[in-house]
Design a protein. Structure first.
Length: 215
């Protein structure tokens, strides 16, 4: 997998080394009510990220595309937002920008507490990488078994699907096959042309037309 896009330097993040798992867990509790800080942990390395406004805007709109798609297609969905996904045995933890159960929604329906040693991981996670990270976030997601990642770097969108323990870039989503990289990016990059609700209505109409075409 080759990454050629240029990202900003991680000026909005701090990397700490030699952090114990227990310290990481304590910080998660302390910062639970502080959405302005995101923690990523990988075997003693802890990154603390402060999301930029552009980051929050893009994650919200991508989340809107996911929710609209599942609604139009009649699929059930369970959103965990930026819930921490972590496993002590792997010494890894990450907070996605958004994450969803779609394929496995029925397996977690009604749950409010999760143990990712036993519960299935979310089917889809959204990553907004406007700035680079000190840590290899995709490797952490792969270890945790997240089946699909949508990654937006401010210009390009990448769809990564987990195959044999590593991510392969694909043109279409596995979880929502009606959506391709180009379709998602088209609506995402047009967000400044009109209001978000107007653009989501247009997206909904596109989905309805696709349903008719595919029948």
């Amino acid at each position: 997998m080759t990454m050629t896009q240029t990202l900003l330097k991680p000026e909005n993040s701090t990397l700490l080394m030699g952090i114990r798992w227990e310290t990481y867990q304590a910080l998660l509790l302390d910062l639970a009510e502080n959405p302005s800080k995101k923690l990523t942990y990988d075997r003693g390395l802890l990154e603390i990220l402060t999301p930029l406004p552009e980051h929050e805007i893009n994650k919200g709109f991508l989340g809107g595309l996911v929710q609209t798609t599942t609604e139009v297609l009649g699929l059930e969905i369970s959103s965990l937002g930026s819930t921490t996904l972590s496993r002590k045995d792997l010494q890894k933890g990450i907070e996605p920008d958004e994450c969803y159960y779609i394929t496995n929604e029925e397996l977690v329906r009604g749950k409010i507490k999760f143990d990712f040693n036993d519960d299935p991981p979310p089917d889809l996670a959204i990553e907004i990488d406007i700035t680079s990270s000190y840590l290899d976030r995709l490797t952490i997601y792969a270890a945790l078994g997240i089946g699909e990642i949508w990654r937006f770097d401010g210009e390009k969108l990448f769809i990564y699907c987990l195959q044999d323990g590593s991510y392969q870039e694909q043109e279409k989503s596995n979880v929502l096959p009606i959506l391709s990289n180009s379709v998602i990016l088209n609506f995402l990059t047009r967000r400044g042309e009109k209001g978000e609700n107007a653009l989501l209505r247009e997206f909904r109409e596109w989905l309805e037309n696709q349903k008719i075409i595919e029948k």
